[in-house]
Design a protein around this ligand. Structure first.
Ligand SMILES: Cc1cc2nc3c(=O)[nH]c(=O)nc-3n(C[C@H](O)[C@H](O)[C@H](O)COP(=O)(O)OP(=O)(O)OC[C@H]3O[C@@H](n4cnc5c(N)ncnc54)[C@H](O)[C@@H]3O)c2cc1C
Length: 430
């Protein structure tokens, strides 16, 4: 979408082949419907908090069908907006599955189209582990369209999609288990975040089982774990990784090099091993986030059609997990910073959000700054708590610009907020 629109605005003649619905994973089965579901799930707690502020409510009831129907209506609207934007930009739309014939030719529905440049932006697809009974499990793709909510659900995985869906199911009243084969959730994030989010989610009722992996699924659904224990559930959702969509795409016909996981191998300008073929987004398996894919698309349009070679900057990309509570981070984890900079200063704070004090809720907000001791630059900011994504987005600007801890300290806070803690952390934790 973004690469096409920007390229067209620079004067390129563009055609887009799309076999699914406009907007891709993010709009249809990713970020957008996921966040709508996360909002829905959080109401359970909001109702409880409201009581502590004096509100009297009837017994809240949740209707899954209403949520799904309203979500589908909004997504259909967005599909139209996206398709309209492409048409308006002057792009020609080819509806159907595309396949490369050679380095300059793409076939869609039997018709061949030639182009000076071909851009592969086919995304990725969820993978289910090769265990007996795997056909009984669903993935996030299907979770958005369930006919009804299960009574008991098992979510398998320890990455952000697993945490988000475990929180969604739990918030909507499903008895939820999260099983992850590793020792800590959210590999790649700061260790404090991985450990603390598990504690927070447990407090809210999610049964979190670490170093626990299903060995097989039997009709019913009975989950048999590798340690021999078993559990009865009504739904198993695997959030166990995604694979780049390059199978049967014909890239080998064009001679483009693929990595072992199927990702298109590209350079910093998103160029594949073939000069006329570029690839961006999840199909390159670099940093699989929507804003990164769109940034790659814009950079490529500049490179190819505005004569401004623009490499993609993947440094200090902020990211959020819309679990309950939310979590977000930018920059280096403590461990990564120690490895890169040697000597580092760490600042931490944990507290109960003001909004939760009247009802005696247990959730703790957590914030952490990681500072390079030599330069005093803040190289990592991490948070668990309400609106973590909204807060870290602002902090990310400072981290991207290389702000020092003293500059954070010189910034006056907005009181009373949680975010002000990021500019008032004075005590070094280590
Ligand atoms: C459950 C979930 C939640 C997510 N949440 C977030 C989030 O909160 N924030 C965030 O930043 N990212 C999130 N992501 C990741 C984000 O969705 C992806 O990084 C982003 O969509 C990648 O964009 P893309 O253009 O590379 O691929 P996609 O969005 O996957 O688009 C690929 C498109 O190509 C089409 N296609 C594939 N093969 C062909 C073919 N042969 N011919 C024609 N068309 C084809 C597909 O139909 C699809 O429309 C989430 C992902 C998932 C699964």
């Amino acid at each position: 979408m973004r690469a096409s629109r920007v390229a067209a605005s620079y004067g390129a003649r563009v055609a887009v082949a799309e076999s699914g619905r406009f907007g891709g994973t993010c709009v249809n089965v990713g970020c957008i419907p996921k966040k709508l579901f996360a909002y829905a799930a959080h109401y359970r707690e909001d109702f409880a908090v409201a009581k502590s502020f004096g509100w009297t409510l009837g017994e809240p009831k949740f209707d899954w069908r209403t949520l799904v129907v309203n979500k589908d209506r909004e997504i259909a609207r967005l599909n139209g907006v996206y398709e309209g934007a492409l048409t308006q930009a002057g792009a020609k739309i080819l509806r159907g599955r595309a396949r490369l014939v050679d380095a300059h030719t793409v076939e869609v529905n039997g018709a061949r189209h030639s182009a000076r440049h071909i851009l592969v932006a086919t995304g990725a697809w969820p993978q289910v582990p090769q265990i007996p009974g795997r056909e009984l499990a669903i993935t996030s793709n299907e979770a958005f369209f369930l006919e009804q909510l299960p009574r008991r659900a098992l979510v398998v995985g320890g990455g952000y999609i697993a945490l988000e869906f475990a929180s969604i199911f739990n918030g909507l009243g499903v008895e939820t288990t999260l099983a992850y084969r590793g020792p800590r959730l959210l590999r790649g994030f700061d260790a404090d975040l991985g450990e603390r989010i598990a504690e927070e989610m447990k407090k809210k009722g999610v049964d979190i089982r670490l170093q626990c992996n299903p060995a097989k699924l039997e009709r019913g659904i009975k989950v048999v774990y590798e340690d021999g224990s078993a559990q009865q559930v009504d739904l198993v959702m695997c959030a166990t990784g995604r694979k780049p969509n390059t199978a049967a795409l014909g890239l080998e016909n064009a001679g483009a090099q693929l990595a072992a996981d199927g990702a298109v191998v590209v350079d910093e300008y998103s160029k594949s091993s073939v000069n006329s073929i570029h690839a961006i987004g999840d199909v390159t398996n670099r940093l699989n986030l929507t804003p990164v894919a769109t940034a790659e698309g814009m950079a490529l349009a500049k490179t190819l059609f505005r004569g401004e070679p623009t490499p993609v900057d993947h440094v200090n990309v902020p990211t959020a997990v819309f679990s309950d509570p939310n979590l977000a981070a930018v920059g280096l984890s403590e461990a990564a910073a120690r490895k890169r900079h040697g000597q580092i200063d760490v600042y931490r704070t944990a507290f109960r959000a003001l909004k939760l004090t009247l009802g005696g809720h247990e959730e703790r907000t957590f914030m952490k700054l990681v500072v390079d001791a030599a330069s005093q630059r803040v190289v990592g900011a991490h948070m668990i708590g309400p609106d973590a994504g909204e807060i870290i987005q602002g902090v990310a600007i400072a981290v991207k610009l290389g702000a020092t801890k003293a500059q954070f300290d010189a910034t006056v806070g907005i009181h009373p907020t949680a975010a002000e803690e990021f500019v008032t952390m004075r005590e070094r934790a280590s």
